[in-house]
Design a protein around this ligand. Structure first.
Ligand code: DAH
Length: 342
């Protein structure tokens, strides 16, 4: 077989390979096989110098022609195949933007948080500021500054979790009163929601629970302001028909101290078998009072010039009442079947 015949044969082989190539990767392999650096046709071209002058001319011409023809066929076929590949890729990656999305599950608020938000919203609406304090508190802020000195029996009622070096888990949010007054001059109008801790665990007590403290200090504040404010709050949280009554109470840091009851918003005091108020017609809601002058003195306020009222409530208890939950522990066990009901 002459060299020219071999070239012709290679060309035919290459062209039929190109015609059956179905992917751009195939076609690239074919290019390497027939036109690459070690392809037979390339070897033939390299050896042209060793041929006789007549042969040289003939082989040079036909090998160049063959390469160009193979090149052209490859180019055309590649274009075709690449277009088809692109189309297939687009089809495979197509997104139907009209399909409905996968709905993500909506979270929701914890029942205590619902009440906390509701109470805080009410006071913010009156112009109160939200203040917070640490859950790990010093003995001084949690007790002493609130007129509960060391060794006073009132400390025993708090079932305190003691930490090292005079620190405690705060047993109430009242220390935030002290921190607030020490950080500013009157007038003070703050609400202080937060977690509190007592070593107690039964259907109506959990070691961690929430409180919302409120404090107002200004010139001329009286018990009437306290009662009016809390009555308006009760109507906001429990409905327009809610009424409040004050009973005498006792707290170290208020004088006089009161406990505030709210009329039963389920039966309004009309059902002796009411499950919520047990026929009493009233529900205990919070402790409050006029800030004790010794507390004002402790933070450097002049009790001759300023008076104040304070209150502390348990939003978890309020949520139990509001939603008819019999056991407080359910609130903090994290059982989603319980929590999803709110
Ligand atoms: N700190 C009290 C408690 O945990 C609740 C309380 C009562 C707060 C009277 C007050 C208040 O601010 O005036 O039992």
């Amino acid at each position: 077989m002459t060299v020219s015949e071999r070239i012709e044969q290679l060309k035919t082989e290459a062209l039929s390979a190109v015609a059956t190539g179905v992917s751009t990767a195939d076609l690239e392999d074919i290019r390497v096989r027939f036109l690459g650096r070690s392809a037979e046709l390339t070897e033939i071209k390299k050896s042209i110098g060793t041929l006789s002058p007549e042969e040289r001319k003939e082989v040079g011409r036909s090998s160049n022609l063959a390469s160009r023809e193979i090149e052209a066929a490859l180019g055309a076929r590649t274009e075709e195949v690449a277009a088809r590949e692109q189309e297939e890729r687009l089809r495979a990656e197509a997104v139907d933007v009209t399909l409905p999305g996968v709905p993500s599950q909506r979270g929701h608020l914890h029942p205590s948080q619902i009440v906390i938000d509701d109470v805080v919203d009410f006071f913010v609406g009156l112009g109160y500021r939200v203040a917070e304090g640490p859950e790990v508190e010093t003995d001084y802020y949690n007790f002493t500054a609130l007129n509960i000195p060391e060794h006073h029996p009132a400390r025993g009622e708090h079932d305190t979790f003691f930490l090292d070096e005079g620190l405690v888990l705060r047993t109430h949010t009242s220390p935030v009163q002290i921190r607030t007054m020490l950080s500013q001059e009157p007038p003070v109008f703050v609400v202080c929601p937060g977690r509190t801790y007592r070593n107690d665990n039964d259907p109506t007590h959990t070691p961690m629970f929430h409180q919302i403290e409120g404090l107002a200090v200004d010139r001329g504040l009286t018990l009437a302001h306290l009662k009016g404010t809390l009555a308006a709050m009760a109507r906001h949280v429990f409905g327009e028909d809610a009424e409040v009554r004050l009973r005498p109470g006792y707290f170290q840091f208020t004088e006089p101290s009161v406990e505030l009851d709210i009329s039963c918003f389920v039966c309004g005091g009309t059902d002796p078998n009411c499950k919520v108020c047990k026929g009493a017609g009233w529900l205990e809601m919070l402790g409050a009072g006029m800030v004790d002058p010794s507390v004002l003195e402790e933070v450097g306020y002049d009790p001759e010039e300023y008076t104040g009222f304070a209150f502390g409530m348990g939003p978890d208890r309020m949520a139990m009442v509001k939603y008819g939950v019999p056991d407080l522990r359910l609130f903090f066990e994290g059982d989603l079947r319980f929590l999803r009901q709110f």
